[in-house]
Write a protein of this length. Sequence first.
Length: 700
Amino acid sequence: MTAGVVDAGVTSAGRVRGGAHAADLAYLWGRLGAVEQRVRRAVAARAEGDPAPHDPHRGLYLTAEVVRRVLDSPSRPAAPPGDDPEPAAPAPGAEPRLLRLARRFDLAPVDVEFLLIALAPDVDARFERLYAYLNDDVTRRRAAVGLALELCGLPPADPARFRFAPSAPLVAGGLVEVADGGLPALSRVLRVPDRVVAHLLGADEPDPVLAGVARVVPASTDPGPDHRLGGALRAGLSTVHLRERDGDGGRVACDALAAAGRDAVVLDAAATASPGAAGPGAPLLAAAVREARLRGAGVVLGPLDALVPGHVGVVRDLVALAGDVPLLLHGRGHWDPHWTAEPVVSVDVPSPDPDLRARRWAGALAEATGAPADDSLVAALSGYRLGADEVTRAVAVATRLAVLEDRPVRLGHVRAGVRAQNGAGLERLARRITPAVTWDDLVLPPPTRAQLDELVVRARHRDRVLGQWRMRPGGGRGRGVVALFAGESGTGKTMSAEVVAAEIGMDLYVVDLSSLVDKYIGETEKNLERIFTEAAGVHGVLLFDEADAVFGKRSEVKDSHDKHANTESAYLLQRMESFDGIAVLTTNLRSNVDEAFTRRIDVVADFPVPDAEQRTALWDRCLGTAMPRAGDLDLAFCADRFELAGGSIRACAVTAAYLAAAADRPVAMADVVTAIRREYRKLGRLVLENEFGPWWQDRP
């Protein structure tokens, strides 16, 4: 390294910079120069007892003559400027990195000397041979504990030797590694990790071991509106748990650290819970805490839902390792004091108001597209309850989809990006449906359509009404929206739920009731809790089809079965009230649903059997436009004579299509009539000649 480069300094990104960095290096070289002077004196003292040149073991060690040649070689950057053996004084008004590191890791002056002695071979190759000579072993090119004590003028029995104990700041902080634990204490080798060496030389790239597990978030110049937590961190508050509703805890944690003037080392909880990552004193966690100390940053870990209860040891280990480093944990669940012996303050994270959500969407879209976001697009996205990081990821997915289609980013792209944020946990308990129908596919009477419109309005504006305006305050009540669709089978309840999900840009999750109801006491409640817990982490609409199986009326207690059935219903009543999502219950008979559930339902939509006009429209839409039709097809006759619900009409249309395809001709009235006859038999209805009129035929 030439003097010119030392004066200017080079960043880890390759950009030359001066000022503080050059001063840091000058101070470091000065301190290492003082170490070199002590090494020279130790070498001179050791050379007096060097074996004779003709020693038969020559080659297994370095002779005094070889060492003198090393000492006479040109000076490297580790040599002090000129011949001054004293360390260079810090530049006025600036704290060198070495001293800043000593302060952050609570190092004593002797610890700093030990660190410099261990560091020397990593910045000047001459020290390798000098240490090998002093160690009397050509293969041991680093300082040992005994040599470090000797170079500091300390006897082997000095208490300073315990500065290399596992709990001492040098070792516990990850600044020095003590290798060869099986050797005597004085012979154990000292090594400075590459990340610490890079930091002292001015590089700020995170430790490679953290790649894919942690990222560094620089302190924002606009840390957000709530500075109270940042002030508490500045005052010395160290460990905080943030209970989030909408996945916003990570962003709040970073904003709080920014308000305290600190960067954030953000750990992905799911990655730290991977096999081999966790355990007492896990290297991954220790590296994250060391990175935070080097930067003067805080550590953020979450969401904790990925860790508890199976990997709660990660939380315990991280709290123990962090010490006085600000540590912010976030997750949807409540803090359990048994997770760690250290006192932890738990704080609820308020849900962002609609205006803040809109600003986030607008900012993310503008940054991704390079143009101001369309106001109508931002308004259509305001109903999504996404955290700041989820918004960024959803927009990133949307822009990639738009590139694939060679079109500008539109609402459909962003909605697809939102759906891409849904985890797979709920899919193990419910069937996921990506909506593929619209309002045009529905044939409903105006009152039912108005009730569905109301459901959409409630889903879009629930945060403003229930949160910002506090129309559902206190009592552990959630901000969910629950609807009941009541009507006979085939009247369009499930399809309507799919249309509502499409309108608000979410997936539909159809709960499999057969996987919920269990004959063993208490198991049904557990299964339902898993459903609600997983649903809190996805952006979707829950559909409980044939809901009266689990939301049925409570009955008089005559035996233990009645008692536990009523307990199950009571649990559901409480859980539905605290639910934060959107749920649709369907039933064939509204009177089967317990009145207590009805009181907690926001929208009740009745689905009557379609009249003749609606049946005509249903026949036309179910047959579609792609299938060829014969000239004798009389849909008005079918609608007038056969009182069928929409589901049955669709089944008849499909059967008629198969009959036409088998005959390789357009679908004819005979095919439709045959399909209706088969549907009647399937439903157990009588096939009467007067209903079929001129189309009565003795067909199977």
